[in-house]
Ligand binder design. Sequence first.
Ligand code: WTA
Length: 659
Amino acid sequence: MSDDTAELEARLAAQDSFEPPSSFVEQANASDPAIYDEFEAEWPECWRAAADLLDWESPYDTVLDDSNPPFYEWFTGGSLNASANCLDRHLDERGSSVAIEWIGELGETRTYTYEALHREVNEFAAGLRSLGVEEDDVVTMYMPMVPELPIAMLACARIGAPHSVVFAGFSAEALTTRMESAGSEYLITCDGYYRRGDPLEHKGKSDDGVAGVDHDVTSVVVDRLEDAYDHPMADDEHDYDELVADHAGETVAPVSRDAEDMLFLMYTSGTTGQPKGVKHTTGGYLAWTSWTSQNVLDITPEDTYWCSADIGWITGHSYIVYGPLALGTTSVMYEGTPDYPEKDRLWEIVEEYSVTQLYTAPTAIRAFMKWGEEYPAGHDLSSLRLLGTVGEPINPRAWKWYYTHIGNEACPIIDTWWQTETGGMMVTTLPGVGTMKPGSAGPPLPGVDVEIVDVSGEPVEAGQAGYLTVQKPWPGMLRTLYQNDERFIEEYWAEYSDVDSDDPDDWVYFPEDGAKLDEDGYITVLGRVDDVINVSGHRLGTMEIESAIVGVEGVAEAAVVGGNHDVKGQAVYAYAITEEGAEEGKELESAIISGVEDAIGPIARPEAVVFTPELPKTRSGKIMRRLLEDIANDDELGNTSTLRNPEVVEAIDQKVNAD
Ligand code: WTA
């Protein structure tokens, strides 16, 4: 570190609040602090502002229908099409502007103007129809970061077929479960993709996933690897390029969808082993992602905006595809990893494309910090105007590094708290309005009513921690869990509502996060309070991992916890009890690791597997995960007095933290 840098870092370390740069404020889409009071005074009518960003085929009559809580409905009576909003309406004004700038792992690029994207979406929509896809059929997509993924999403939206994108890194088994649960008879998949310059085969995994599905599945296969990977095609499999070519030049009129019609399903992890099918609708979701893209990401059509997430997660849905394209901007899509071929790959792209906004995850920022400031320093990053983070809490050191070494102290940072279920951002400063405080996401967005409450549902005092709750509905909210209204109520509403109330009017939304209410009303998100762990910003259910581990021969019982990790934020730590006669050791450890990879995917791979004769349990037989977390983190052990078997904690701790 040079003297200058040391001095700078010392100065920043002492600073705990930052004002948005005036150069940013002057041009910001939202710069008037009055918006908070206005939205509060006019709620829920204030959300007309979001709906107004869209083109409606028929206008809505009611902003919010709250007659049947917690099944809130937004913009009822209105109809629209998401694909038409992301494509058709831009054609006149900016048909030749770039919609998607795709950068492949091997350095190749594909540029889709709005016209070109519109054309291919239409052709593929016609192709899907020819395969029999009808309105309301759920189409599953199991694809990496190739342009055909957003094309397929928009083609489905065009014909009113909800999509369900399964992250390409998930296992075959995960694909099967999701297709079965959604009753999805169509799959769009890929032969493979590139990772660190090498072809990575994907189709075998996809085939295994389909083989597990009980009903018939018709597939479309994108040929990303071309000659690098030959594979046979079965009768119910269709080549993407051929299908599009067969429908060259065809157009498909966008199907008029009711505001409350499902746009897509996204499966996410929760407390139990079964992933939850989060249902998002056409009007509210699109309005929410558009409004937040405009006011938080500060997107204008002239920007070259880059969100480095994967489209397989909600961040990519909302902020690579729907929000940015609805606003008619250029959205960058990168197939590869940030350190291939070199650790400056991201900065090279920012420079080459003059990227104006960068939205990424704290885990990536921590990796950049580790690699060193020389990588960004070698590039001209002056095109950047705004930086954002999402997915997990960002520690102030990483925030300041991002602010200095990427933003050159000239870009506001938005630390955006939200989740798959919220559809889009909920808690963050408005970059043109709010003072930034590293480590604290900020106040709730205007019109969003977040309260931090204690166990009895009472608001905590400033300075105290509690549960994050959302007290009023918002347009981007999930509407239910797919075909499971009961679980929707149980998971998010009833259990945490005002004590003793079975009146749904009193219920509030509980996202399963703990948070601290700062003195000035800012919210510092502390992390999940359920059995979900957040590895590199990826949400994983401990129960899902545990059930994969106990599925391994030789394992009798397992417990999984999140332990602190420098770069990933949290990592998976597994504790396993062997069956009588099974041998603890390397072999079983590898079997456990591959068991997890097969059931979920490599992202859930345990960092460590600890064999133990017993797990710490309460007298009622519940595993005390908190103590296992203390052990994983080598923290002082918490209270063991309520345990049935307190001695076991000490024994495991000795084993893990002996040195
Ligand atoms: C966590 C990702 C702290 C949180 C968009 C939430 C965050 C879960 C932040 C949702 C943030 C997301 N600060 N924690 N800025 N953003 N989280 O559904 O625990 O994949 O509940 O959605 O990520 O993860 P999901």
